[in-house]
Design a protein around this ligand. Structure first.
Ligand SMILES: Cc1cc2nc3c(=O)[nH]c(=O)nc-3n(C[C@H](O)[C@H](O)[C@H](O)COP(=O)(O)OP(=O)(O)OC[C@H]3O[C@@H](n4cnc5c(N)ncnc54)[C@H](O)[C@@H]3O)c2cc1C
Length: 328
């Protein structure tokens, strides 16, 4: 395949360079294999690496802003992110392998393609413009158990789950200008008519991710179950953000609000509103963690080989809550 590569230095140059089906190029860890497999066809790559406006982690009065070119390794090791947004640091640290984390950027991670083995092995599935999901009745151990339509793949991004739990905003820019999308509204479940995994238009790039400046009563955590300790996607995972308050000095503490987002179980980061409601307003102590009965993924519709994900998700939630308690 022949293509040229543009090296813009500003947002405006990047957006003008993205025409006729061009593709953004960041770390290339996902895009290069897709180009080699002939799954992505383009005559132009727009390399974002020289656009300095896309770099950096900046703290403002009311937020922390992360440039889309920030690598997963930078985020995993970043002092401020580790201290204030632990779930995001952990999600980045648990993603892929050290080599990929060094190259892979947050923007590219959020817009990576499906990891469904049928898609990656070029079966004529919905994601390739076909009229069938092969995973649904095939090797579906890793497939979605909830929130799916025609295609039963799961969203592959770990950071995506953390960003939804942390109530992040995703800023995108294209020919029509800039818009800011809540992380929770950004991802979508592909279907037969629209196979996109998020709401980005073809000419739009992610420029930055904005995290709210949470109070010091907030804590978050990300835990992930994998087939091996590194270099693999989640069988299931959970990102939890809790806001905890002491009722009065020396008195018991209360869980004011909880945000619970499961990964590896749906084509989108799956927010468990029912569990959030169960947790909110409760006394925050060991009993809640050990004895609480959490209606995790109650509406799941598992396939032949993946019902185990429901129990796994429940166990991960308990682990995440325990970790929050221990790190109080
Ligand atoms: C073996 C392996 C294991 C992995 N395991 C995990 C895992 O466990 N968890 C996990 O979360 N991820 C995992 N990944 C995915 C990895 O994290 C991503 O490949 C990486 O983060 C993508 O970033 P990149 O900068 O290399 O993107 P690129 O490969 O450059 O781009 C990926 C896609 O995003 C688009 N893109 C790039 N930048 C932007 C932007 N700013 N705005 C809009 N679109 C953009 C590109 O056009 C392309 O479509 C794994 C990948 C591999 C190869």
């Amino acid at each position: 395949m022949n293509f040229d590569i543009a090296f813009p230095q500003t947002f405006d140059e990047a957006i003008s360079a993205n025409e006729n089906g061009a593709r953004w190029f960041a770390g290339g860890t996902d895009l290069i294999p897709l180009l080699k497999s002939d799954f992505v066809h383009t005559t132009r790559l727009v390399n974002l690496k020289r656009v300095d406006e896309l770099r950096g982690v900046v703290e403002t009065n009311d937020s922390v802003r992360i440039g889309a070119l920030t690598t997963l390794a930078e985020l995993a090791g970043h002092e401020l992110i580790r201290a204030k947004y632990r779930a995001l640091a952990q999600a980045c640290d648990l993603a892929a392998s050290p080599q990929i984390r060094n190259m892979g950027t947050l923007g590219g991670n959020l817009n990576q393609a499906s990891r469904c083995p049928y898609y990656r092995n070029n079966f004529p599935c919905y994601l390739h413009g076909g009229d069938k999901c092969f995973m649904r009745d095939g090797e579906n151990r890793e497939a979605a158990v909830i929130g799916y339509h025609d295609c039963v793949h799961v969203h592959p991004s770990d950071p995506a789950n953390a960003l939804v739990a942390l109530d992040a905003q995703i800023v995108v820019r294209g020919r029509e200008g800039e818009r800011t999308i809540a992380a929770q509204e950004f991802f979508r479940a592909p279907d037969a008519n629209d196979t996109r995994m998020n709401v980005l238009n073809a000419d739009e790039m992610i420029t930055e991710i904005i995290l709210p400046n949470d109070s010091e009563n907030t804590r978050s955590v990300y835990v992930k179950a994998m087939d091996r300790a590194v270099w693999t996607f989640a069988l299931a995972s959970v990102a939890v953000k809790l806001e905890i308050r002491e009722r009065s000095a020396g008195d018991s503490t209360r869980l004011e609000t909880a945000c619970v987002v499961f990964g590896g179980v749906a084509p989108i980061p799956y927010r468990e509103l029912r569990v959030e409601k169960m947790l909110s307003g409760k006394e925050w102590n060991k009993d809640l963690v050990t004895q609480g009965k959490f209606a995790v993924l109650q509406d799941a519709e598992p396939l032949a080989h993946n019902a185990y994900k429901i129990r796994l998700a429940r166990g991960l939630l308990k682990r995440a809550l325990r970790e929050c308690l221990e790190n109080a």
